[in-house]
Design a protein around this ligand. Structure first.
Ligand SMILES: [Zn+2]
Length: 296
C-alpha cells in the first residue's frame, strides 16, 4: 500500500529531491569553506571573524563582492590579487572545495528525509545533517590551523562539542528526526575512548622524555569527536591516524627531511582518521573481523 506521501510525490521524491539536497549542501559547503578560510587566518591571530571585511593579505585592498565567490573568483582572477597581482594561495580554494565535498557527503550520509516504518507518511525530516556539517567545518578549520600554528583553538573545539551535544540530545529527544545519532552511553564511551589514550601517552612522554607528547588540544579534539563517533569508530580513528602519521614520517625520512626532535602537528592526522572512521569505519571493523575469522 503506497502511503499518502508517496501518492503525492511518487518515487520522484527520492530520485529527484535527494540529489538536489546533496548538491545544495555542496554549494552551502563551498560558502562555509570561504568562511573557514577567514577562521583559519584570523582565529590564531586573535582577530574577529566578522569584521573587517575580507581583504588581500598582501596589499590590504578590500575584496569586492564578485571576488568573494568560492573557487570561481580564484579561477577568474587567475590566482592573482586584482589590485597588486600578488599570488593568492591555492590553499583557499582547496579548503573551499574540501568543505563543499564534505557537506555534500554529510547530506548523502544523513539525508534530509529518511524512510521510517512507524510514521504514517513514511518519511521523516532528519536534522542530523546540521550538527554533522558544523562538525565537518570545525574539523577542517582545526586541521588547517594545527598544521600551520601547532595550536588547536579552544573556541573551535567548544563549538564542535556543542554541535555534538545537540546531535546526541536530538537523538534522545527526537529519535525519528536524528536517525544517525548515537546513544548517550556510546557517546560517553566515545569521549573517554578519544581522550584517555592520548592523555596517558602524553603523561608517559612527559615522565620519560621530559617533553610534551600530544598537546591538550589533541586530547580535547578527540574527546569532542567521540560524541559523533562512539567508542568503536574511535578505535578506527586512532588506527588510521597513527598509520597515516607513520607513513608521513617514513615519507619524510625517505626524502631525507626527517630530523630528530622536530615537532609535528598531529591534529591533521587525527582529523583525517576521524573522517575515514566516520564514513568507512563500520566497514573496516567488519573487514577486520572477517580477516580474523571471528564475528564482531
Ligand atoms: Zn593585493
Amino acid at each position: 500500500m503506497p502511503t499518502d506521501f508517496e501518492i503525492v510525490f511518487g518515487r520522484d521524491f527520492e530520485v529527484v529531491f535527494a540529489p538536489v539536497f546533496i548538491w545544495v549542501m555542496g554549494v552551502v559547503g563551498l560558502i562555509f569553506g570561504s568562511f573557514a578560510n577567514v577562521v583559519i587566518y584570523r582565529v590564531p591571530k586573535g582577530l574577529s571573524v566578522v569584521k573587517p571585511p575580507s581583504a588581500c593579505v598582501t596589499c590590504g585592498t578590500r575584496l569586492r563582492a564578485w571576488e568573494l565567490l568560492p573557487v570561481i573568483s580564484w579561477l577568474f582572477l587567475c590566482g592573482k590579487c586584482h589590485a597588486c597581482k600578488a599570488k593568492i594561495s591555492l590553499r583557499y580554494s582547496l579548503v573551499e572545495l574540501l568543505c563543499g565535498v564534505l557537506f555534500a557527503t554529510m547530506a548523502w550520509y544523513a539525508p534530509l528525509w529518511h524512510w521510517t516504518r512507524t510514521d504514517r507518511l513514511g518519511y521523516q525530516t532528519s536534522f542530523s545533517v546540521v550538527p554533522l556539517a558544523v562538525w565537518a567545518f570545525i574539523l577542517i578549520t582545526i586541521a588547517s590551523i594545527d598544521a600551520e600554528t601547532q595550536l588547536i583553538p579552544d573556541g573551535l573545539v567548544l563549538t564542535g562539542a556543542i554541535a555534538g551535544l545537540i546531535f546526541i540530545a536530538g537523538g534522545i529527544i527526537f529519535p525519528e528526526n536524528f536517525p544517525s545519532s548515537r546513544t548517550w552511553y556510546d557517546a560517553l564511551l566515545g569521549v573517554a575512548a578519544g581522550a584517555v589514550p592520548l592523555f596517558i601517552i602524553d603523561r608517559i612522554t612527559l615522565l620519560v622524555l621530559k617533553k610534551d607528547g600530544f598537546g591538550y588540544g589533541d586530547v580535547k579534539l578527540m574527546a569532542m569527536s567521540g560524541l559523533f563517533l562512539g567508542w568503536r569508530l574511535m578505535l578506527v580513528t586512532f588506527f588510521i591516524a597513527f598509520l597515516l602519521a607513520t607513513l608521513y614520517i617514513v615519507f619524510l625520512a625517505v626524502r631525507g627531511r626527517a630530523r630528530r626532535g622536530i615537532y609535528m602537528a598531529f591534529g591533521p592526522f587525527l582529523v583525517a582518521g576521524t573522517l575515514v572512521a566516520f564514513f568507512l569505519g563500520e566497514n573496516l571493523f567488519e573487514m577486520y573481523f572477517e580477516i580474523l575469522g571471528g564475528t564482531p
